[in-house]
Design a protein around this ligand. Structure first.
Ligand code: SF4
Length: 419
């Protein structure tokens, strides 16, 4: 069956201004605390001189965005160690999207004041926001160290899809991807990834809205398993694992780690080629994890009942879009529980010159060939192209830097993929 629909997701870019300087949450600084204290007439004021008694001397404030239950329990140990209290605070961050500790209105004023002395609620700052005519909104979000990542909101008929970044850049160097053209960036922490989600939900007024979450933004999620797997646990508080999709370029060692998770998201694999030589030309990751190893890993991958692996295939005019490619792809996928997303290439003449979008007729013929082989195929004409939020178009804070050269990218791939 060949179906057509507009793409739900992309690898993002944006412009706009942050309300009040912070996108979703706010940093609780000394002046904020003074203000809060003035409001909390009944609160027991905890001065820094009390910290020794509280075991807090020299402690830096814990960011509750990204804090686990045990970390919150340790924080509350001398204040109110009851398990339900820990759960309350955790849920204010992960389910109720509190913007500040003051918002946690079912905690006593005294407890909120005490908590404000030793913890903050700090999300990434909204640096820019750009809205497309198709409803796609791309956000540029600044992290505490100044790194900028992009995240995208794509409204749908019955669900809104949020696309998150896992790294501030990407070392994988896929030749069709703007993010990859700018080279490696650091891994995001679980709190920074979940913070993107919180900002998007709060900014978009999406509390209570049915959501999908896709890890298809900047970065290779399986090169940041600590950050991504940690963020999944926070996300699962409001989004079912069935509604979360992790997309990888084919990190075979990471697939084994993903397979071992007790609660797994959906898996998408960015395949884009049907021979080792072709894949290595388009995606340097194939030099480290060859196509046959990747396909073996997909055959072994444990899928829950009713789930399928999504195979993403970016169609590049004259590169991988022939009927021979389509037939080889059908053979490669034979017997695998998959659905195929065909993604006509999103052009970027500035950063990715020489790559072209195939004609609609070519896309149709490619899809029809796969459908004729009884594969479930969707053509995903990407949304968000006008705001550079479509697949392969995200570059975060890299807009004013030059793309790295091919040789540098490949070196980075070998280094990064080794762990
Ligand atoms: S497609 Fe994904 S893995 Fe490849 S360079 Fe872009 S962000 Fe990295």
């Amino acid at each position: 069956m060949l179906t057509r629909r507009r793409a739900r997701c992309g690898r993002p870019n944006g412009r706009g201004s942050a309300p009040g300087g912070h996108g979703g949450g706010e940093v609780v600084g000394a002046s904020w605390i003074k203000l809060a204290m003035a409001e909390y007439r009944d609160a027991r004021v905890i001065r820094t001189s009390d910290w020794g008694a509280l075991g807090m001397r020299n402690a830096s404030p814990l960011n509750l965005v990204g804090a686990t239950r045990p970390e919150i329990a340790a924080l509350l140990a001398d204040l109110d160690p009851r398990p339900f209290r820990v759960q309350q605070v955790y849920h204010w961050v992960t389910r109720r999207f509190a913007g500040s500790i003051a918002d946690m209105t079912d905690l006593s004023l005294a407890l909120r004041a005490a908590l404000s002395q030793r913890a903050v609620l700090a999300d990434p700052s909204l640096r820019a926001e750009h809205r497309g005519r198709d409803g796609t909104v791309k956000y540029a979000l600044e992290l505490a160290d100044g790194a900028v990542v992009e995240a995208v909101v794509m409204p749908g008929d019955d669900r809104t899809t949020l696309c998150l970044s896992s790294q501030a850049g990407c070392a994988m160097g896929c030749i069709f991807c703007v993010t990859g053209a700018f080279g490696a960036g650091r891994n995001l922490t679980a709190g920074e990834i979940f913070g993107q989600f919180r900002v998007l939900v709060r900014r978009g007024g999406l509390e209570g809205t049915p959501l999908n979450v896709v890890f298809m933004g900047m970065g290779e999620p399986l090169l940041n398993v600590a950050g991504v797997f940690g963020a999944l646990e926070f996300l699962y508080e409001t989004v079912s694992p069935k509604r979360v999709t992790l997309s990888t370029s084919g990190i075979v060692s990471g697939l084994a780690k993903l397979a071992a998770l007790p609660r797994r998201p959906n898996l998408a694999v960015s395949l884009n080629a049907t021979t080792q030589e072709q894949r290595q030309r388009l995606m340097p990751v194939a030099a480290r994890w060859p196509l046959d190893e990747l396909m073996d890993a997909l055959r072994r991958y444990p899928l829950e009942r009713g789930r399928r692996i999504t195979i993403e295939y970016v169609l590049l005019g004259g590169e991988n879009d022939s009927l021979d490619d389509a037939r080889r792809l059908a053979r490669l996928l034979r017997g695998l529980p998959v659905k195929v997303n065909l993604i006509p290439f999103n052009p970027d003449d500035e950063v990715l010159p020489g790559l072209v979008t195939p004609s609609p007729a070519t896309v149709d013929a490619f899809g029809a060939c796969l459908a004729g082989a009884h594969l479930n195929v969707t053509v995903r004409w990407s949304r968000g192209q006008e705001v550079l939020a479509a697949c392969g178009q995200l570059r975060g804070g890299l807009r004013n830097t030059a793309p790295v050269r091919r040789g540098q990218e490949e070196g980075a791939v070998r280094t990064t993929a080794a762990h």
